[in-house]
Design a protein around this ligand. Sequence first.
Ligand code: HEM
Length: 141
Amino acid sequence: MKHKTIKSIPLFILLCFVSISSHADSLYTELGESDGINKFVTKAVEISHTDQRIAFLFEDTDDEELIIQISDQICFLSDGPCEYDGQDMDEVHSGMEITEAEFDIFVAIVIDSMEYADISHSARNKLLALLAPMREDIINQ
Ligand code: HEM
């Protein structure tokens, strides 16, 4: 029994190391955790209101709630400690008739906002790769 415990100590240390290092490398960490995500999502919503090409879509939004929902979703997608409990992407964007051009404008705004929040190129690209598959659910619903 004692022998077994001693043998399992290196394994325990290894598991701790793996867990610490994988957390350090997670996209959530690269995005600046909840403060970093909140910073660029807030900026993206702010710019969306001022960009005349898509501002009309944001006329009636509850920005505080919208920022929380988008931030939670990005936190969840990037392996952060969050759950996303908002609506499905096709459900929430249905009726807005978002075009491909409008989708691309919004994504460009998200990219500018990540740059504003000093998010690295590599983290920006990783997040964009996670958002790209949502395109089909959001456009022309
Ligand atoms: C990958 C891209 C996108 C993601 C991840 C995303 C995510 C979200 C989320 C999480 C919500 C809140 C859901 C809820 O409240 O339950 C939301 C709402 C909203 N989104 Fe998006 N969205 C994306 C693209 C777009 C685009 C391209 C537009 C317009 C150009 C847009 C406009 C809106 C608006 C106006 C709302 C608020 C709806 C309301 O208050 O009823 N979104 N989005």
